[in-house]
Design a protein around this ligand. Sequence first.
Ligand code: HSE
Length: 453
Amino acid sequence: MYRDPVESLEPLHHRHAAIRTLRVGMIGIGTVGSGTFRVLARNRADIAARAGRSIELVMVAARNLERAAGIVGDSVALTSDAMQVATHPDVDVVVEVAGGTGPARDWVLAAIAHGKHVVTANKALLAVHGAEIFAAAREKGVIVAYEGAVAVSIPIIKALREGLAANRIEWVAGIINGTTNFILSKMRDEGLDFAAALAQAQALGYAEADPSFDIEGIDAAHKLTLLAANAFGMPLRFADAQVEGITALQGVDVACAEQLGYRIKLLGVARRQAAGVELRVQPVLVPATHLMAQVNGSMNAVMVKSDAAGLTMYYGAGAGSEQTASAVIADLVDVARLDGVHAAQHVPHLGVHAYATNALAVLPRAAVHTSHYLRVPVRAVNQIQAVAASLAEQKVPVRQVALAAERPGTGPQVLVLTGPVEQGTLDLAVHALQARAEVAGAVTTLRVESLEG
Ligand code: HSE
């Protein structure tokens, strides 16, 4: 027996007719919110076709209602009370794009408590309060989606969660802050100074409201926390991450790295070791010929090493209004599809995956195992071998030693590239080196990442 196609299609047709519009309430209409409004309006028909239902912005909370009205016109209800959006019965999903970790936490938890799905681009909120938020969402059977929180235009969360779902992930490493990559590129390529480059990044809307989050590596660490939780099924361990930004980076090291065939990038790295996970953000040397070294301006790139797929790399805009909107709306499409589906089939909540029970610990700094670059000011050029010998004596594998090209106003400097060594061992060796009579100033060290399989 088989069913007549006309008969079997009829109930399907009825079912489709019953699917109603997904009603969106948005909190915040700044850079990301206004981009989301524009893209939703511009691509309305295509988005509805992909989501299987239409997605409509019905309500917006904004601090400045006049400014908000200038963006959304009279098509959308406006309120200055974000809590109203979070709890309104006519809202199915709350998009939180206001930022911050104070009131945003209350709004998101209220939305969840009222049975609403949440889409957010707020990496700080999830990195800091994610455990609480995802637990509440699981309890209520609602979705919290956050593609826009990490490397905005790159669908890296989807890649880890879906495209690479078959794999055991070994490491994730990436340029995941657009502002600092923009600053480093401008300083290197146009000789701009740090402050001028930062001011440009701010004017272009790349930087956080408090740009110290960008330049001190905090924003990248927020994103890395989310990536590591996705990749390894580990809890959100932002507080344990080692975080170093680009404010202490010296121009002389950028030039010396170039001399050795490397480029300096602010990299987030999450890597499994036998005893735990390395979770760290810092300026590192990457080979100048590597694809990662070619990622310039506000662009981001993420590499993933996994056991079956091998090495994969993802590249795209790391900041920007419509670039983030693209990810926010992709999440809305997911919500539109999964709303009403049994919660077990939803996007898994971070930190509460079934496979997170063997909570992976973050390794202490001393246990991080990488190669290093050292710049050692010395009293005379003939002391190059003494530097190498001192490091070798302290069990640091020395791979390359060179004299830095002469620079006006500086004395001779020895440059060293080491093989892989634990940070603890290196720290002891640098301490010993620093005490030697040949050494004329502070020794600078930076990690080196080969980014190979
Ligand atoms: N300030 C962030 C950056 C914005 O520069 O990457 C995107 O998350």
